[in-house]
Design a protein around this ligand. Structure first.
Ligand SMILES: [Fe+2]
Length: 472
């Protein structure tokens, strides 16, 4: 965890020690200065996450130090907590005017310093992670807004009109857009429309700032997707408060969204487990097959450098690849003897049945092609669609290798599973005809990298499930 750097500025050593004592609860390092001049010098030459300062001090007051820090772009964003025995409304007002983020009277320190420091530190790290795009053709407005929002710790990107903003959106993903309306080349209304029409940008909060206070105009912008409308000239504090509010609302919304997706995913995984269990309960010989295929296919995907999201997709697909067998009658599925042609063509329907079971579930859209195509062959002689080569989705080709390998090495009612070496030979023999040559090569390399021994051990003990549980 990164340690916060806190600068304490006070002419009394005793007060500095008392404040240091309060900060013990935080993961932080403290630096001390005994007047505003020394505090300013330290702040300009080192990084600080927070400055706690007295107001009345010799050489330079806390108010003057604060004013100078807020005027300098390199120190503007550091939150400043003022602590003073001067606590009239006028004193407090002067502190905030100079740029303080919080003001405590000495009597309040004991009960409030902990909460104030915690709030300022977390707000500062939240704000510094947010990028705001300011769009205005007036350099004065751009400068004013930039200065004010930088003081609050936000990162700022500027654009001179709507077209310039759209160009910047290609390379940056701002957390909020603040835009003028009347601009040359592309105005704010057109920009707002373009942002709302773009899948990736439409969730970015959009604030309009305009000299036009016409009610119809405002409603038109709000209807088109703007979240707020500020009439120029506006108070800069009002702007910062509005930006804070919209960004924290957005943050809460994203958090809720993520929780919803997580719970949907958990529900989906438990449904998958039930489906696979239901399938395997009918056929003791295939028990563990889906888990093993899922584990091998996911390990291969990971070995090939796939992203963790892709590995998760192939893992779930592996678990579900044979789910369509639920729709095949017991007399065929469990028949110990060789199947007739008619029975075999029945079995061949399981990839399509599986795909049609999973198709209605939106979150499984990536998995459906894997399930449908895991019995396709490179030479086009597979089923259900006789796809060839790269027409077969990559994850289905990898699953086919894992499926073949596990089918060969596991025990079946009509034969004992073969040794790993023999299975490797057979897989090599069908490289390029039945199985994808690249996926076979990947598999062979994966096995050769000490996975062979591990796999041989798993195979003998039959403990695929324990060794290959990837699902969290
Ligand atoms: Fe299958």
């Amino acid at each position: 965890m990164t340690r916060n750097q806190i600068l304490i500025v006070d002419d009394s050593r005793m007060v500095r020690n008392v404040i240091k004592g309060y900060l013990d609860k935080f993961t932080c390092d403290t630096t001390e200065a005994n007047n505003g001049e020394m505090g300013l010098d330290l702040a300009l030459n080192a990084h600080f996450d927070l400055i706690i300062t007295d107001v009345e001090m010799p050489v330079k007051s806390g108010i003057d130090m604060c004013r100078e820090l807020k005027a300098d772009p390199s120190t503007r964003a550091i939150p400043i907590l003022m602590i003073s025995s001067f606590d009239s409304e006028e004193d407090i007002h002067k502190g905030f005017q100079a740029g303080a983020s919080a003001y405590l009277s000495k009597g309040e320190v004991h009960s409030q310093i902990y909460d104030s420091v915690e709030r300022l530190l977390s707000k500062s790290s939240f704000n510094s992670s947010k990028l705001i795009l300011v769009v205005d053709d007036s350099s004065v407005i751009r400068h004013l807004v930039n200065t004010e929002l930088s003081k609050a710790g936000y990162c700022i990107l500027t654009a001179v009109n709507g077209a310039d903003a759209l160009e910047k959106l290609e390379f940056h993903q701002p957390d909020l857009i603040l835009s003028d309306i009347d601009m040359p080349v592309m105005n704010g209304f057109e920009l707002c429309e373009a942002v709302q029409d773009h899948e990736l940008f439409k969730s970015i909060p959009f604030i309009v700032m305009s000299t036009n206070s016409d009610r119809g105009h405002m409603q038109r912008m709000l209807r088109r997707g703007a979240q707020a409308y500020l009439v120029k000239p506006f108070n800069m504090d009002q702007l910062t408060i509005l930006v804070d509010k919209l960004l924290s609302d957005q943050f809460v919304m994203l958090l809720k969204d993520r929780e919803r997706l997580d719970s949907e995913r958990r529900l989906m995984l438990s449904t998958i487990t039930s489906l696979v269990t239901a399938l395997e309960a009918r056929d003791a010989y295939t028990k563990g097959h889906s888990t093993a295929v899922a584990g091998i296919a996911a390990a291969l995907a990971e070995f090939s450098g796939a992203s963790s999201q892709e590995v998760q997709t192939i893992l779930i697909g592996g678990h579900l690849h044979d789910i369509g067998k639920i729709g095949i009658s017991d007399t065929i599925l469990l028949k110990p003897d060789c199947l007739t042609d008619k029975e075999f063509s029945c079995i061949q329907q399981h990839p399509e049945i599986g795909a049609s079971i999973l198709s209605p579930v939106d979150s499984l859209a990536d998995i459906v092609p894997m399930v449908r195509c895991h019995h396709e062959r490179m030479d086009g002689k597979g089923y259900p669609n006789g796809l060839k080569g790269s027409q077969i989705p990559l994850w289905a080709r990898i699953t086919a290798v894992a499926d073949t390998f596990h089918a060969l090495t596991s025990n079946r009612p009509y034969r004992t599973g073969m040794k790993v070496e023999n299975a490797m030979q057979i897989i090599d023999d069908v490289r390029g005809t039945q199985l994808c040559p690249d996926c076979v090569d990947l598999f062979m390399e994966w096995l050769s990298r000490d996975n062979f021994q591990k796999f041989a051990e798993w195979d003998e003990t039959g403990s695929f499930k324990d060794q290959l549980m990837f699902v969290d």
